[in-house]
Ligand binder design. Sequence first.
Ligand SMILES: Nc1ncnc2c1ncn2[C@@H]1O[C@H](COP(=O)(O)OP(=O)(O)OP(=O)(O)O)[C@@H](O)[C@H]1O
Length: 249
Amino acid sequence: MPASSQPVVVIAGLSHSYGSGATRRQVLFDLDLTILPGEVVFLMGPSGCGKTTVLTLVGGLRSVQQGSVRIAGRELLGADEAGLIANRRNCGFIFQSHNLHRSLTALENVRMGLEAQGRGLPADADERCRRILAVVGLEDHATKRQDQLSGGQRQRVAIARALVSEPTLVLADEPTAALDRQTGHDVVALMRRVARERGATVLMVTHDNRVFDLADRILEMEDGRIVGSRQGDSPVPHAGAGHRLEYTT
Ligand SMILES: Nc1ncnc2c1ncn2[C@@H]1O[C@H](COP(=O)(O)OP(=O)(O)OP(=O)(O)O)[C@@H](O)[C@H]1O
């Protein structure tokens, strides 16, 4: 298989529990999932079904307890802190609330996306930040702070920050939750376009059925299991026993 078609995400038999002893509660059950380079995959399902837990495990924001999680060839089961950090540097994160630093300008917030790489700032850092701000349509807003930007503009800064370091994988958790219909659609369409242009893969948690048309594949979760997978508007029956998920194009 050529390197470029190697899956970016390969999850096999992933289970996860919170708490210990009498309060221990299993929230993920034997999940399998493969995501190919450049795919835009949405993870849907009712509140509490485990979507964010999957995202945080894939991002290396918490340790894998059971099962295999390979991100761009790196196994996260048994990874030490350095391994988790290395994985985080390969990922761009976009959260429900944009998490911009209040006292920094848009440009400075985007620059944090490069600083988080831990390799020191490249010589062309500001130019790269300005370029990606232009890509998200904010070239004239580089010196504005959070309170001078609308909700949609803040999320566009967050997209620029997540993508400026050219991550392999973009992980987005409900990025449209605080936005109106049109702005939410525009923001996800933009994220998809910028990710595509930069060859990034996207895994996005969403409840928002207004953006379904932007997914290559939509996964349905229920009670800690992936129970269905479909593409566009044409339902693809979920294949295999034990909630095994087949990749389909
Ligand atoms: N740090 C934690 N400690 C204990 N339980 C947790 C923790 N984080 C999540 N949970 C529980 O694990 C289950 C799955 O949570 P998770 O946040 O992954 O679900 P979700 O599908 O993303 O929900 P939502 O759509 O409401 O964000 C829920 O029952 C939640 O209460």
